[in-house]
Write a protein that binds this ligand. Structure first.
Ligand code: 13P
Ligand code: SF4
Length: 358
């Protein structure tokens, strides 16, 4: 059972109360985007580019990625694939930290993004000056940064981790007797502390999409669908995680749904994952977990507003004008950020190979 553990919350840091959200594309813009499919596909081939997309991008972008022989995955797999590809030009459809991670690991490659202002609320919750101060206040702690952070924050970390590895790394560091200074997601920080019993100084950041999943409404939904398994991303609040049958990254949720004999699932993560879920399991029923709303309006409606900036129109623009859409990371920052990122990738490989036992 999930126990709500007392955390050492870090309070003296500046975390935005609200975020400036980009405008959502209209239905007409979405339809126009669909009509650009063949043009975008031809351009990817002509430029010999690799398209890497996250599961939260639009179904049109994911279909394009499949048709172009690209790669769709969670943030860990995207990082790995970008590093291992022999293509010179890599287009990352996702949010900024995903593009930066690709650039940090592959500085010699041209990394472009459809829209360079595709932020992430977690990234915006952690500024590097606050982190430097917190490090001085907790010199005994190992700094573990979620992948959803800027290159500058990554450069200050001892470890980077994605949601698919976070608990394992927590257990590993607990065995070494190390407390963790965790940035920036409060819910994932609390999940790591619970699952690995480690001492966590936790940043108070949040993802506006996952933070909105609502436990009481979920309980009601479960009563309406008593057979359904509840699959939850660990960026959701503890009370929602507590109701989960399974907690995991986007890829892990997908694998669980594929291999489970169950026919019905309630999904608490960004809604564009339904594209892959329904393609992979057409015979199964996927239901959206309820989100909180104010006066009948939800803020994100389980749809990441920054991921939506990845239109086919902007991808075509990026492929035609790569300089204007190119990711750059200052070399000093890049070299520092590469170390904890490479540690994450070898930790993941060692775990898989059974070289690390927890
Ligand atoms: P994953 O690592 O599960 O893909 O999550 C990335 C993300 O941004 C979740 O909101
Ligand atoms: Fe960031 Fe949340 Fe969007 Fe993921 S869903 S990219 S964590 S804002």
């Amino acid at each position: 059972l999930y126990k709500i553990m007392p955390l050492h919350m870090i309070n003296n840091v500046s975390v935005p109360e609200t975020f400036d959200l980009p405008n959502r594309p209209s239905l007409a813009e979405k339809n126009a985007d669909e009509a650009l499919f063949d043009e975008a596909l031809a351009l990817i081939k002509e430029k010999n580019a690799l398209l890497i997309a996250h599961y939260y991008t639009s179904p049109t972008m994911q279909r394009l990625c499949e048709a172009a022989g690209g790669f769709i995955g969670d943030s860990l797999e995207m990082a790995r694939r970008g590093r291992d590809s022999d293509k010179q030009l890599i287009a990352v459809a996702g949010v900024r930290f995903m593009g930066e991670t690709a650039k940090i690991l592959s500085p010699e490659k041209d990394i472009i993004m459809p829209n360079l202002s595709a932020e992430c609320s977690l990234d915006l919750c952690c500024n590097v000056d606050d982190l430097r101060r917190a490090k001085q206040e907790h010199p005994e702690a190992t700094v573990v940064a979620y992948a959803n952070t800027s290159a500058a924050v990554k450069a200050e970390a001892d470890w980077i981790v994605t949601s698919s590895l976070a608990v394992e790394l927590g257990k590993y560091l607990t065995k070494l007797g190390k407390p963790i200074l965790w940035v920036p997601d409060r819910h994932l920080g609390s999940y790591i502390a619970n699952q690995s019993d480690c001492d966590v100084y936790c940043w108070p950041g949040r993802c506006i999409v996952h933070d909105a999943f609502e436990a009481n409404a979920l309980e009601k939904k479960q009563k309406e669908h008593p057979e359904a398994k509840v699959l939850v991303h660990p960026e959701a609040p503890a009370a929602v995680v507590e109701r989960a049958d399974y907690v995991g990254s986007t890829s892990q949720i997908l694998s669980y749904a594929k291999s489970s004999p169950c026919k019905e699932f309630i999904i608490a993560t960004e809604r564009n994952i339904f594209y892959k879920l329904t393609c992979a399991c057409p015979e199964k029923n996927f239901i959206e977990a309820p989100v909180a709303s104010t006066k009948g309006h939800c803020i994100s409606c389980a749809n990441c507003p920054w991921m939506e900036l990845n239109s086919l129109k902007s991808l075509i623009e990026a492929l035609n004008h790569p300089k204007e859409h190119s990711l750059s990371v200052d070399e000093n920052t890049r070299v520092k950020a590469m170390k904890p990122l490479e540690k994450m990738l070898s930790f993941s490989a060692d775990l898989k190979a059974g070289k690390i036992t927890l």
